[in-house]
Design a protein. Structure first.
Length: 320
């Protein structure tokens, strides 16, 4: 971290924080972001750095897997009122960047909720995402800028889908018009919703649209393509998409599970056991059954069954 002048060459991996009322900038190397994010928060606040600079710092932390620092950079901004922003950044110049900050923070809370296994923490993360998107929606409606509004609405629809209300999410995406309706986020969300509604054909069409718009889409698109292909009995398409997903994201759990070789059918037949009420009674030995029948016929029947070789010579077998 150091001071540089506007005319000095700066590496592309550096973040520049303008020094207030000066031509100088503070250069922060992306590879050297401090573990203590409070240090950067103090600098950003002291220099009244542009909001997009705050967001850039947070995103760089997130890309490095440092989610706590991501939150520390952006959460203080949500506690400031409109009067502060108007005084620091002018009447309107700050709104679009502030809404982008809120959308990013809400998306972070949503992702956090999907990874959380503890019920209480999962619920709390969803509540944070909902309230942050509500704040973004309020600001977006006041801005009356369609692109900004649709970005927020797309995030809210994705949140609704993540909570499990698929039908409502589809309805929300249907209300989005203009360029935002064909954005990657919106199309990807609608594809996920169609798949969950049991319509893999429709989902596959949307994934193909994403490929046409961007031949190198994010791994999530290829993963959705793989699942849709598997549902539609297209194993070659599914496996090719899974393997490519793993090339781009080797630690993708869903892709790892889907690409894992399955054992042969002969070895995977489940052992089926009857319920205890359906199990037949154990069969008694034949000898025991024969003895039981003989006892039922009485002593004369038993004598009649004595083999001839056991009857004394010259004696007559007993009459029945």
């Amino acid at each position: 971290m150091g001071i540089a002048h506007d005319d000095e060459g700066v590496a592309m991996s550096a973040i520049l924080i303008p020094v207030k009322d000066s031509a100088e900038v503070i250069e922060v190397q992306v590879e050297e972001l401090p573990d203590d994010a409070d240090e950067l928060v103090s600098i950003l606040a002291q220099e009244v750095a542009p909001l997009d600079t705050w967001l850039r710092v947070a995103i760089e932390y997130y890309k490095q897997g440092r989610s706590e620092q991501f939150k520390k950079i952006l959460e203080p901004l949500t506690e400031l009122d409109e009067g502060f922003f108007a005084e620091a950044y002018g009447q309107t110049g700050w709104k679009a960047h502030f809404i982008a900050v809120l959308n990013s923070l809400a998306a972070f809370y949503m992702a956090q909720a999907t990874r959380e296994r503890e019920k209480a923490k999962r619920k709390a993360a969803f509540e944070q995402a909902t309230s942050t998107y509500a704040m973004a929606e309020k600001e977006a409606l006041k801005s009356n800028t369609p692109d900004i509004m649709y970005q927020t609405f797309t995030g809210q629809a994705q949140l609704t889908l993540t909570k499990g209300d698929v039908a409502k999410a589809v309805e929300m995406w249907g209300a989005i018009t203009g360029p935002a309706s064909t954005s990657v986020a919106s199309t990807l969300g609608r594809a996920c919703a169609q798949f969950q509604l049991g319509k893999p054909e429709e989902a596959l069409k949307l994934y193909v649209e994403l490929f046409k718009a961007n031949p190198s889409p994010p791994p999530a698109v290829r993963l959705g393509l793989a699942f849709s292909g598997a549902k539609l009995a297209k194993p070659l398409l599914a496996r090719k998409a899974l393997l490519r997903t793993l090339e781009l994201d080797p630690e993708n759990v869903d892709a790892l599970v889907g690409a894992r070789p399955r054992p042969a059918a002969a070895h995977t037949r489940p052992l089926r056991s009857r319920p205890s009420s359906d199990r037949p009674a154990p069969r008694r030995p034949r000898r025991a059954r024969a003895q039981r029948r003989e006892r039922a016929r009485g002593p004369r029947a038993a004598q009649a069954r004595v083999p001839a070789r056991l009857v004394a010579p010259g004696a007559r077998p007993p009459r029945e």
